[in-house]
Design a protein around this ligand. Structure first.
Ligand SMILES: C[S@@+](CC[C@H](N)C(=O)[O-])C[C@H]1O[C@@H](n2cnc3c(N)ncnc32)[C@H](O)[C@@H]1O
Length: 218
């Protein structure tokens, strides 16, 4: 069952801003900068389609999201959004230049590597993955976080196990992505809250990784 956070788009947006503060604008700004201009962008697990607000106006955007309330909210903002499971690779729209998966991987546990390999096997010229993972998280956060963050689609027990015993690290994300995107040109950046006053001991690191097919126009 979906948590109260995923039942209302406004509520989800407010919580995200509270949780990630300034780094939210930083992360979407960085993703948009890597995408550049004149690209057709497919945003997988788009949530409320916040990324669309940061893209260069010459880009066209399509969000893929299973949450019908979030899709309705995005459509009311004039955005194109489709009902698509991110594992249904064959159903991805044609003519997409860039696929983005922002804050999605932890929802897909225990099938993260299947997802990454599916993307890696595609001919999409550019893939951008953005994932946040906590440092110094308390036991309370590790248990309460996934309950609050329950999208109602994915495997909650597996996600609880992941956050309690097997949390993402920079090293592991780099390794799994390198295995999924062999031969692609890659770029990694970490946005960290560790230097933010009050967040030195507990907060979030965010990895932004992009993978270009060799020869893809930059
Ligand atoms: C944490 S939100 C991230 C939203 C957005 N990308 C962002 O960065 O704000 C993850 C979203 O992925 C969606 N989602 C989870 N599994 C999915 C799947 N298999 N196919 C499509 N969407 C999925 C959820 O409904 C949720 O809205």
């Amino acid at each position: 069952m979906r948590s109260f956070l995923y039942r209302k788009a406004d509520r989800y947006d407010r919580m995200l801003r509270w949780l990630h503060g300034d780094t939210l604008g930083e992360r979407f700004g960085e993703i948009a900068a890597r995408i550049g201009e004149n690209r057709r962008v497919l945003d997988l697990g788009a949530g409320t389609c916040t990324l669309a607000d940061y893209l260069h106006p010459s880009c066209s955007y399509v969000g893929a999201e299973l949450n019908e309330g979030f899709r309705a909210h995005a459509r009311a903002r004039g955005l194109e959004v489709i009902d698509l499971n991110v594992f249904d690779f064959a159903a991805y729209p044609d003519n997409v230049d860039v696929v983005v998966a922002a804050d999605l991987l932890h929802h897909l546990v225990p099938n993260v590597n299947r997802f990454l390999k599916g993307l890696g096997a595609s001919a999409i010229p550019m893939v951008v993955i953005c994932e946040s993972y906590p440092y110094g998280a308390s036991l309370f956060t590790k248990v309460f976080g996934p309950l609050l963050d329950n999208d109602g689609v994915n495997n909650l027990p597996a996600r609880l196990r992941h956050h309690l015993f097997d949390e993402f690290t920079e090293e592991r994300l780099r390794r799994d992505m390198a295995a999924a995107f062999p031969g692609r040109e890659s770029e990694f950046k970490i946005l960290s809250e560790r230097t933010t006053p009050g967040k030195e001991r507990r907060g979030w690191d965010t990895m932004i990784a992009s993978f270009r097919l060799a020869g893809a126009v930059s």
